[in-house]
Design a protein. Structure first.
Length: 451
């Protein structure tokens, strides 16, 4: 990667990084290969050619919020907090790199092509996982060092994918299904066939994760997406795409249920989560603890990271420790399974506002770009971003996207936002380079585009 960064065009080296983000050739509790390569690539590109900056204020506010939380945190957690920040801040760097790629690449279709290339590799990874079944690892060529993530056990057969978590992998497939849906509208020939195949496998993978939140989010957003593009498609094609989407989902779900052991999605959909004291029964171990901890340090939290039960299990340490008399000495908390509770507990209200503010600021940039260009391929991808960002934020009600073991997904999310913001700037430049006498907003206002 360093050789490519020094000797090739910036767009090539950044594209390679973005394609490889979901796959960790080296993964430790300290950092992964993607984290290290992201930092190294950014440094090389700064030295050799410079990088364009975007949304520096929003990024700086995130860094500042985490730095303040670190300064006020328990010093016994200093090293773990610093390591977490080192990993998480690589996502901010990934945003800058992805923005530069989208801003500089000659053909804007390459922006989506990079996402599709990574998607193909993620699908292949999952197909290989499906072949070995629940509770097993796929080991390429029998070499243990190359082993894939461990599938969920037969009692809970759910596909974990390259992100090592069913919920995170489901979120990825949900977002990429929406990307494929829009790309399908604007593709022709072989590319269109290619995109349709990828979309089908995304649906299959989503069903295999048995993640209800991602599945329901996709079902809710798909009709809204078609409605938003009704001007380009027309009523006939909207109907045709709706039927095609339903058929593709039925085929993908049938394949997942009938031909794999990861077939419990619809069984889980039949079960209604019970509430206990206003808290879902599935979150009884995490949410009450999070509520209590948030009350102790509401503004800046207890520190960027906290020692969890998952950490103890990762290093083969008992999640509970007892003294010689059998009394409980310490216990490690579960993740709350909610980004918003996680942020409030770790970095407090200030940190929550900084992180969510970044995504809301990106959304407003995309929305504003439609004043300059509201039709065509570039505008279509920007408009897609107006759905992807809310879809991501909604899915995070039940999951944290930047756990240490899913930091590659966090990099993907920030890189995705960077690509979208880069496309929005291309819209502005294209409009400003054209006829400045016409006010684009007066012709195609954003309200008419996403009403």
């Amino acid at each position: 990667m360093l050789a490519i960064a020094a000797g090739a065009r910036r767009t090539i080296s950044i594209a390679l990084l973005l394609v490889l983000v979901p796959f960790q050739s080296i993964d430790t509790r300290y950092a992964s290969s993607s984290v290290l390569i992201t930092y190294a690539l950014a440094v090389v590109l700064l030295v050799t050619g410079g990088l364009r900056k975007r949304m520096l204020l929003s990024l700086s506010l995130i860094v500042l919020a985490y730095a303040i939380s670190l300064a006020l945190a328990d010093k016994s957690m200093l090293m773990r907090n610093v390591l977490f920040m080192f990993q998480f801040f690589s996502c901010l760097v990934a945003f800058v790199l992805a923005y530069n790629y989208a801003d500089l690449v000659e053909d804007e279709r390459h922006v989506v092509s990079v996402l599709l290339a990574a998607n193909v590799l993620a699908i292949l990874y999952c197909i290989l996982q499906l072949t070995v079944g629940p509770g097993e690892r796929f080991i390429p060529f029998g070499i243990d060092e190359f082993k894939f993530n461990l599938n969920r056990h037969p009692g809970d057969p759910r596909l974990v994918g390259p992100f090592d978590n069913p919920g995170t992998t489901a979120g990825y497939f949900m977002l990429m299904s929406l990307v494929c849906a829009v790309e399908f509208m604007f593709s022709r020939g072989r590319r269109r066939l290619f995109v349709s195949l990828i979309a089908g496998f995304n649906l299959l993978g989503l069903v295999a994760t048995a993640n209800r939140a991602g599945f329901v989010a996709l079902l809710a957003l798909a009709p809204l997406l078609l409605f938003a593009y009704r001007a380009e498609l027309g009523a006939k094609k909207v109907f045709q795409y709706s039927v095609t989407g339903v058929v593709a989902l039925v085929i993908a779900a049938t394949m997942a249920v009938a031909f794999t052991d990861f077939n419990i999605m619809f069984q889980r959909m039949e079960r209604v989560t019970e509430m206990e004291g206003g808290v879902p029964a599935t979150r009884q171990e995490g949410w009450p603890v999070a509520f209590a901890k948030i009350k102790e340090n509401p503004w800046f939290g207890e520190g960027p990271y906290f020692w969890t039960r998952e950490d103890a299990e990762d290093i083969d340490q008992a999640p509970y420790e007892y003294d010689e008399e059998g009394g409980l000495v310490s216990a490690y908390d579960h993740f709350p399974h909610s980004l918003y509770l996680y942020l409030l507990r770790t970095v407090g209200i200030v940190g929550l506002l900084a992180v969510i503010g970044f995504f809301l600021r990106a959304w407003t940039i995309l929305y504003g770009a439609l004043r300059y260009e509201s039709t065509g391929y570039r505008a279509a991808i920007v408009r897609l971003g107006l759905f992807l960002i809310p879809a991501f934020l909604i899915s995070q009600i039940t999951l944290e996207f930047h756990r240490p073991n899913t930091m590659d997904y966090a990099q993907f999310v920030f890189a995705l936002v960077g690509l979208l913001v880069g496309m929005s700037d291309r819209c502005r430049r294209a409009a400003l380079a054209g006829d400045k006498s016409e006010t684009p907003a007066a012709v195609h206002g954003p309200a008419a585009v996403i009403a």
